[in-house]
Design a binder for this molecule. Structure first.
Ligand code: NAG
Ligand code: NAG
Ligand code: NAG
Ligand code: NAG
Ligand code: NAG
Length: 390
């Protein structure tokens, strides 16, 4: 399905917020996964209680600030591949389930994985093709030893796709050479029998079935001042738990509707506090996913059109050419003088674990490139959501 992007333009391209992708310092969207066979899924209250207790007992100092990235180019972690280890930067992607690295020279890349230099590489004699929302690649399947220097102190054998050809996949200047798909086996290519990295990790080590991402965006502070935004960002992927030093307040969990993508349920959308008031089935058509590998909020066409209308209405103090609202025309302000206050806050409400409630993620216009902030929570009718959203 083609889903339009919700984009506003300032002088620079102003992607109105990567929802799945990024969080302010205050927020982390905990993601949990496990093999589908595991009985205590992320929905179970007992499983989440266990997670929380386990999480607070452990510190993950070595993993704090282990992600890097630039606005719009994704967050990456350093991984060591093969024997002796070859260090590569790997995009962290909750929207796919293959681990793949460049295995041939490419004009945008400084380095790539040399299979012939790894004594632990094993060829699987199969090829694989993976298309993404943007870009695609083809490669050859094998396995090798992997570790994450600023992650766990373990080495494991996992499937690896050696990318031999790609189209619009790598990004010039992004500084990453591969992708770590953290979603479930169901969406792995060529099929669900190709065990994803995280599943291999769980099978071969005693790491708890949890990981969390803190995606801070472009280094802004709690003031969300545009002036504090820098191009380079640092963030964290905590493997095996949640680090209490990385958040304040309570953690809110949203159920994973189905373990393939991290599919979640949006129960309400507001623009400046005004309910879009659509049937919440529309919000989740054909699915809502949390995807760390993209930098845009994507909405179904009908919702997108309603949201743009509401944003336009909320920003009516300023006259914009109609092309601006169609994403065809830029409107420019002098650096530092963009009138953010005229643009509305967009709030997405996710269903809470206790389905009587939902919690709100508010996106301020200032935090363009990357910010979501957990603002507060509100109650919704569980019945309504069950019937209408699912
Ligand atoms: C990549 O970007 C750099 C810096 O913008 C530029 O100099 C270089 O020509 C680009 N490389 C390719 C292959 O487009
Ligand atoms: C990692 O594990 C190895 C062997 O299990 C141990 O010798 C080493 O000290 C550990 N390193 C860290 C940083 O914990
Ligand atoms: C927030 O802004 C206020 C006033 O502009 C300033 O005094 C304060 O230091 C800022 N706080 C942070 C964390 O930047
Ligand atoms: C959730 O809703 C159910 C049914 O309406 C009710 O029995 C239950 O007490 C509610 N739980 C909370 C925590 O509000
Ligand atoms: C949510 O529901 C709880 C229990 O029913 C109630 O105590 C609380 O005041 C409600 N909160 C809001 C914001 O409506």
């Amino acid at each position: 399905m083609r889903v339009p992007r919700l984009l506003l333009y300032s002088c620079a391209l102003v992607a109105l917020l990567p929802v799945p992708c990024s969080g302010a310092v205050l927020l982390r969207v905990p993601l949990r996964q496990g093999p589908p066979s595991q009985p205590a899924g992320p929905r179970g209250p007992s499983s989440s209680a266990r997670t929380r207790r386990g999480a607070s007992a452990v510190k993950f100092v070595n993993m704090i600030d282990n992600l890097r990235g630039k606005s719009g180019q994704g967050y990456y972690i350093e991984m060591a591949v093969g024997t002796p280890p070859q260090k590569l930067n790997i995009l962290v992607d909750t929207g796919s389930s293959n681990f793949a690295v460049s295995a041939a020279s490419h004009p945008f890349l400084h380095r790539y994985y040399h299979r012939s230099l790894s004594s632990s590489y094993r060829d699987l004699g199969r090829s694989v093709y993976v298309p993404y929302t943007q870009g695609r690649w083809e490669g050859e399947l094998g396995t090798d030893l992997l570790s994450i220097p600023h992650g766990l102190n373990v080495s494991l054998r996992a499937n690896i796709a050696a990318i031999t050809q790609s189209d619009r996949f790598f990004i010039n200047g992004s500084n990453w050479e591969g992708i770590l798909g953290l979603a479930y086996a169901e969406i792995a290519r060529p099929d669900e029998t190709l065990e994803p990295f995280f599943d291999s990790l769980l099978r071969q080590t005693s790491v708890p079935d949890v990981f969390s991402l803190q995606l801070c965006g472009a280094g802004f502070t709690q003031n969300y001042s545009w002036h504090t935004i820098k191009d380079c960002v640092g963030s964290s992927q905590i493997i095996g738990g949640i680090d209490p030093s990385l958040y304040v307040g309570e953690l809110w969990y949203t159920p994973i509707r189905r373990e393939w993508y991290y599919e979640v349920i949006i129960v309400r959308i507001e623009v400046n506090g005004q309910d879009l008031n659509m049937d919440c089935k529309e919000y989740n058509y054909d699915k809502s996913i949390v995807d760390s590998g993209t930098t845009n909020l994507r909405l179904p066409r009908k919702v997108f059109q309603a949201a743009v209308k509401a944003i336009e209405a909320a920003s009516s103090t300023e006259q914009f050419p109609s092309g601006f609202w169609l994403g065809e025309q830029l409107v420019c302000w002098q650096a530092g003088s963009t009138p953010w206050h005229i643009f509305p806050v967009i709030s997405l409400y996710l269903m809470s674990e206790n389905t009587n409630q939902s919690f709100r993620i508010s996106i301020l216009p200032q935090v363009l490139h990357s910010a979501i902030r957990l603002a507060s929570h509100t109650n919704t009718s569980a019945k309504m959501c069950k019937v209408r959203c699912l």
